[in-house]
Design a protein around this ligand. Structure first.
Ligand SMILES: [Ca+2]
Length: 232
């Protein structure tokens, strides 16, 4: 049978030399670079979500993250946010704080297929009081209006220093995730649909007793995606 292959959702978001980006994905069989944010020359589109700005029905409010030229991993550039910019998102179940958020449209890129993608990132908290919350990676399909949190793998936030880069595989298994929001609960999207057509993602706090306070920083985010063959 004659098969040809297409790679869908090929993103264009390299901020490091391609040879370096490719080497980051070399450990994954067949994985290829999808997202690489070094934050060495800017915030690369990331923002902070303030839910509605404190006004009922006020609509989405986003603030740019703070970007620092140095002070990140190996004293490179990095981004950060704090509680002056985020607000508890109450339509989420349970309530969440979508502290770091990006839409593919903000960087003029198409949706990503993150099924079984490999993510690595460095997260840091300075005087960050989680109030009992954990930090999760989440994905959104904005067209279908459904968000899933990767609850099986809470992320470690190093306290007052940059720790080891942590890695996780975004397994396409609903038993490992939690569907936290649907625009239309009668027609929620499956995890396979959302991961496969992801146009927004980020890092959240969930499980707090009150609003999380302090400074939350990120550096060296890489997502290696799996090629998706299609029979023609
Ligand atoms: Ca950096």
């Amino acid at each position: 049978m004659l098969c040809r292959y297409l790679w869908t959702h090929r993103p264009v978001r390299y901020t490091a030399p391609l040879w370096l980006v490719a080497s980051l994905c070399s450990a994954a069989a067949g994985a290829e670079p999808g997202v690489t944010n070094s934050f060495n020359s800017g915030a690369e589109g990331w923002q902070v979500y303030d839910y509605n700005g404190g006004i009922a029905g006020g609509g989405n409010v986003f603030f740019p993250v703070a970007w620092e030229r140095s002070g990140g991993v190996d004293n490179s550039g990095f981004i950060w946010a704090d509680d002056s910019k985020w607000r508890i998102d109450t339509p989420e179940n349970p309530h969440s704080i979508l502290a770091l958020i990006i839409y593919q449209s903000w960087v003029k890129a198409g949706a990503l297929d993150l099924r079984d993608a490999e993510l690595s990132v460095c997260l840091r908290g300075d005087k960050l009081d989680l109030k009992g919350a954990k930090c999760y990676f989440w994905v959104l399909d904005n067209q279908k209006g459904t968000r899933w949190h990767y609850t099986a793998q809470p992320l470690t936030i190093s306290e007052d220093r940059w720790g080891e880069k942590q890695k996780l595989v975004l397994k396409n298994d609903e038993s490992l995730w939690h569907r936290s929001w649907s625009r239309n609960p009668q027609n929620s999207a499956s995890l396979d649909e959302v991961l496969g057509d992801c146009d927004s993602y980020g890092f959240s706090f969930v499980g707090f007793s009150d609003e999380v306070t302090g400074k939350f920083s990120m550096d060296e985010l890489t997502i290696c995606v799996q090629p998706r063959p299609k029979d023609l």
